[in-house]
Design a binder for this molecule. Structure first.
Ligand code: UT7
Length: 322
């Protein structure tokens, strides 16, 4: 598994939206949101584009790595909804960074960052690319129906990036999809104005069957992590940090208690960022990296899940000096 992380970065919109702010938009309460999800506030785009946020996160990752942007020979962006339908978000960010290498998007919903790591490990192993800039950039506020209390309170916007090159950091990585759950978490795409198109257009707003997705999330995190650890002869106690997709504190707690691990091994950004889809894992990674809590040689277990339904788990040995 040929990969190591050279540096990380992240960028959030300026605007903070608290749970209290949301009570003025929908019939909800701070108490409901905090007890059901653990979220206290989220950042929401106002004038910043996703391209600007992604580029800012990318520059922060390059600086953290001590790398020149010209050393990047592939830009990948994980996103469910970029600034444009086409070109891809990766191309828009690349232009902002004034880079001239191949660039394309990956959409594996909230699990996008783990799917990107998988792809990068393969690319780096073959030597097709030497340095890959992975950016996760999500504009969930553009997907949510701000009159639907069951979804708009859950999500936030943000971007994060990681600079990767060939190395021995990635111990193992597993991806899974359960496509019969596709309708459980869904946002439609507009049909356009083709006079030939038949059938009803689905709503462009995000729909989620929260309880069914919750069950999948717990199963994907707990069983996924257990299987990955067992396969690699690692006990849950040997993992130093569990980095889980930040969707709901109750999901994190279910995973933590079933793996019998202490709270400090499950870091959080959920309370201040909400669910930022594929950005949530790299935002969490960057916050840990910058807090100085990641030490060279430590074991990191990652798990992310979302629409598809899809999920990914990864085991990494942190290979960066403090
Ligand atoms: O990143 C993608 C992956 N997504 C996830 O992992 C999300 C997984 N699911 C969840 O996190 C939880 O299912 C939710 C947080 C979405 C919902 O929590 P829940 O405990 O499953 O609540 P529920 O959907 O069963 O709703 C309970 C009640 C309902 O009212 P009744 O029918 O009991 O009267 C809802 O209408 O809570 C009501 N409700 C709200 N009340 C106040 C739903 N949203 C709200 C709200 N404020 N914002």
């Amino acid at each position: 598994m040929s990969l190591r992380i050279l540096g990380t970065g992240s960028a959030l919109p300026e605007k903070r939206v608290t749970n209290e702010d949301l009570t003025r938009l929908v019939d909800t309460s701070d108490e409901w949101i905090v007890t059901r999800t653990g979220i206290r506030e989220r950042r929401v785009q106002t004038s910043e584009s996703l391209t600007e946020l992604g580029a800012k996160a990318a520059l922060a990752a390059l600086e953290n790595a001590g790398a020149e942007k010209e050393s990047v020979d592939l830009v990948l962006c994980t996103t469910v909804r970029g600034d444009a339908v086409t070109p891809g978000q990766a191309c828009l960010i690349e232009k902002q960074l004034d880079l001239h290498c191949p660039a394309f998007d990956i959409n594996a919903a909230c699990a996008g960052f783990v799917f990107a790591l998988h792809l990068c490990a393969a690319y780096l192993a073959t030597g097709a690319f030497r340095r890959i800039l992975v950016i996760s950039a999500e504009s969930m506020s553009s997907l949510c129906d701000w009159t639907d209390r069951s979804t708009c309170v859950l999500f936030g916007d943000g971007a994060a990036a990681a600079l990767l090159e060939k190395g021995d950091s990635l111990v193992d990585i597993q991806l899974l999809c359960q496509p019969d759950g596709g309708e459980l978490l869904y946002a439609g795409a507009p049909h356009g104005n083709s006079p030939f198109r038949l059938g009803e257009e689905k709503s462009p707003f995000l729909y989620m069957n929260g309880q069914e997705v919750y069950k999948f999330a717990v199963h994907a995190s707990v069983d996924g992590l257990r299987a990955l650890l067992e396969k690699n002869g690692v006990s849950p106690d040997q993992v130093d940090h569990y980095l889980l997709h930040q969707a709901n504190y109750r999901i994190l707690e279910a995973a933590r208690t079933r793996l019998r691990q202490p709270r400090e091994k499950f870091p959080l950004t959920l309370d201040g960022c909400g669910n930022t889809s594929s950005s949530s894992l790299p935002i969490l990674l960057d916050s840990l990296n910058r807090s100085g809590k990641l030490k060279k040689g430590q074991l990191l277990a990652m798990s992310a899940f979302g629409a598809g339904l899809s999920a990914g788990t990864a085991l990494l040995r942190w290979d960066k000096e403090d």
